[in-house]
Design a protein around this ligand. Structure first.
Ligand code: NAD
Length: 304
């Protein structure tokens, strides 16, 4: 433990799913007292096996906590739950929401927490389930300096890096801007591979050139959408995630909302959101988002 001298904290952790389960387990493993709650009994039981104290209700979990961490599917879950949690928590409790939610919802959650006498931070993550299990997540935080510092010892346990991005909602803003780059670049890389196929260019040749030239990006050099050039990429295991198409569609939907609300000219971001929404409608969480290369290949027309 670090930051505040390694003090043992009492943490309420609500939402013990794919991400929250291992995050809570890592906090318990580091010696913090973690009281967990989830609506799904199996999730609660799995967390209990990993050292989390199961709480029968969300309000019961937060009653004597100094920090409340939420890891929930969407903004409406966070806002609904805050209605229950805020009256049950002690004044001054630090609320850290790690879910990926709308920037506007994050700001509303922050305002409600502060109005109830609490402290608040939005701290969405990247790194996926693998990062959650390994404790190597990257946190993107929005809120005050003091709140960021207060969460630091816990973020250090669950992640390898935490960036303070600015005031309330700035963490969510960083997350959706990053994932808009990722969604657009995965489509661009996939289109280039399919074009290369039509032009008689091998996947390896295009990879060898682009990965060391100006086309280089994470979507190409780490999560390469065609099998072969990067043996660890999901394309080599029939597109098992990885980062599920449904999650990319969700994040691009949040980005598209923000683009429209802000009157931003972001044609590629909006188009990427449409393409991923269609693709995720078919494959859901079963495929990695790089599998969109197959849709691009299949939907292509005949040679002119
Ligand atoms: P998940 O569906 O596996 O987990 C969410 C959990 O919240 C579920 O177990 C659900 O039962 C619980 N829950 C919902 N409402 C509740 C309530 N009122 N009280 C108690 N528990 C409640 O989802 P996940 O994959 O763990 O993702 C969680 C968040 O992290 C999402 O916002 C997601 O966008 C984000 N995220 C996920 C990944 C990933 O790779 N899975 C990566 C980065 C960010």
């Amino acid at each position: 433990m670090s930051g505040d001298g390694g003090a043992r904290r009492t943490v309420a952790f609500i939402g013990l799913g794919h991400m929250g389960g291992p995050m809570a387990a890592n906090l318990a493993g580091a010696g913090h007292r973690v009281r967990g709650h989830d609506l799904v009994p199996e999730a609660l039981a799995a967390a209990a096996r990993a050292g989390v104290e199961p709480a029968g209700s969300a309000a019961g979990a937060v009653a004597d906590a100094d920090t409340v961490i939420t890891m929930l599917p969407a903004g409406r879950h966070v806002l609904d739950l805050y209605d229950t949690l805020l009256p049950a928590a002690r004044p001054g409790t630090l609320f850290v929401d790690c879910s990926t939610i709308d920037v506007a919802d994050a700001r509303t959650a922050h305002e409600r927490a502060v109005a109830a006498g609490m402290r608040a931070l939005d701290a969405p993550v990247s790194g996926g389930v693998v990062g959650a299990e390994a404790g190597t997540l990257t946190f993107m935080a929005g809120g005050g300096e003091a709140e960021f510092a207060g969460a630091g010892p816990l973020l250090d346990v669950m992640g390898g890096k935490a960036v303070h991005c600015g005031g309330p909602g700035a963490g969510q803003a960083a997350k959706i801007c990053n994932n808009m780059i990722l969604g657009v670049s995965m489509i661009a890389v996939s289109e280039a591979f399919v074009l290369g196929e039509r032009l008689g260019l091998s996947h390896q040749a295009l990879f060898d050139v682009a990965s060391t030239a100006s086309g280089q990006c994470w979507a190409l050099s780490v999560n390469c959408p065609v099998p072969g050039p990067v043996p660890t990429s999901p394309a080599n295991r029939d597109y098992r995630p990885g980062f599920a198409a449904a999650l990319m569609a969700k994040d691009l939907g949040l980005a598209a909302n923000a683009v429209k609300a802000g009157g931003v000219q972001a044609e590629l971001g909006l188009r990427a959101a449409e393409l991923y929404a269609e693709y995720a409608e078919r494959v859901g969480a079963a495929e990695d988002f790089s599998g969109i290369v197959r849709t691009i290949r299949e939907q292509g027309g005949e040679c002119a």
